[in-house]
Design a protein around this ligand. Structure first.
Ligand SMILES: Nc1ncnc2c1ncn2[C@@H]1O[C@H](COP(=O)(O)OP(=O)(O)OP(=O)(O)O)[C@@H](O)[C@H]1O
Length: 252
């Protein structure tokens, strides 16, 4: 396993007695975009949230199994969750910029993690916005409210915000589902570019999107990982009937 990837071993997640994710073992590599697909309720978001311990916030949730990032067991009692979430960024379905300026949205994380020098923050803001393909659209209005950006721009800002703290991994839960087609294609282009530098895991309901942006695809059904392979193989020659039925739209 490459240093910057994720290794999941026999992971199960429960809400009370309900087992929502069932004994999943999977590795996500650096410089890969992996799409998680499957019908509603099959456990994709639960699984994704477990990867940066967001499920800790749900009282009824508990997990068994192991999740490793490089040589770090993310559930070890000594793991610092704040630092962990710096290494594993998260982009949600709906853009959720802070009620602050564009600049402050990006500078917030690095400042929280100890960067205080203005020139350093300025550079980080520019670098992150450039990586998120948003610099040209925002460079003359950095100190205006992020809420004045369009939905698509806000989502790219949220991606820039997660990049600013220099994560190894970016998790995305249906990042384009609330966006119009033009913004969706910009976010998809961005994901394809970001994969050069990060390990990206993305939940999507959109099969075309999975085919366009991902190099690997994992198909979940009723909490189980049914099949995981190169995206091209999954979409042209899946080995399991359930995968083929789902991809061809016969259920879900
Ligand atoms: N906070 C929660 N408390 C209790 N049960 C939950 C909670 N979140 C999810 N579940 C249950 O866990 C199962 C998996 O849900 P999850 O949201 O992970 O599926 P999903 O594949 O992401 O669905 P969707 O595609 O509709 O977002 C479902 O049965 C759901 O009802």
């Amino acid at each position: 396993m490459a240093d910057k990837g994720i290794s999941v071993k026999d992971l199960s997640v429960y809400y009370g007695d309900h087992k929502a994710v069932k004994n999943v073992t999977i590795d996500f590599n650096n410089k890969d975009v992996t799409a998680l697909i499957g019908p509603s309720g099959c456990g994709k978001s639960t699984f994704l949230r477990t990867l940066n311990r967001m499920n800790d916030l749900i009282p009824s949730a508990r997990m068994t199994g192991e999740i490793w990032i490089g040589d770090e067991d993310i559930n070890h009692p000594k793991t610092d969750v704040v630092l962990l979430r710096r290494r594993i960024g998260m982009v949600w379905q709906r853009p959720n910029p802070f009620h602050k300026s564009i600049y402050e949205n990006i500078a917030f994380g690095p400042r929280y993690h100890g960067i205080t020098k203005k020139s350093e923050l300025d550079d980080l803001v520019e670098e992150s916005l450039r990586k998120a393909a948003l610099w040209e659209e925002t460079k003359d209005r950095l100190h205006t409210s992020a809420l004045k950006l369009s939905g698509g721009q806000q989502q790219r800002l949220c991606i820039a915000r997660s990049i600013a703290v220099k994560p190894d991994i970016i998790l995305m839960d249906e990042p384009a589902s609330a966006l119009d087609p033009v913004s969706t294609s910009k976010v998809e282009e961005l994901i394809s570019e970001l994969k050069e530098d990060y390990c990206i895991v993305i939940v999507t309901h959109n099969m075309h999107q999975a085919a366009r942006v991902s190099s690997k695809t994992a198909f979940f059904l009723s909490g189980e990982l049914i099949e995981y392979d190169n995206t091209e193989t999954m979409f042209t020659n899946p080995s399991k009937k359930e995968t083929s039925d789902y991809i061809s739209g016969r259920f879900g």
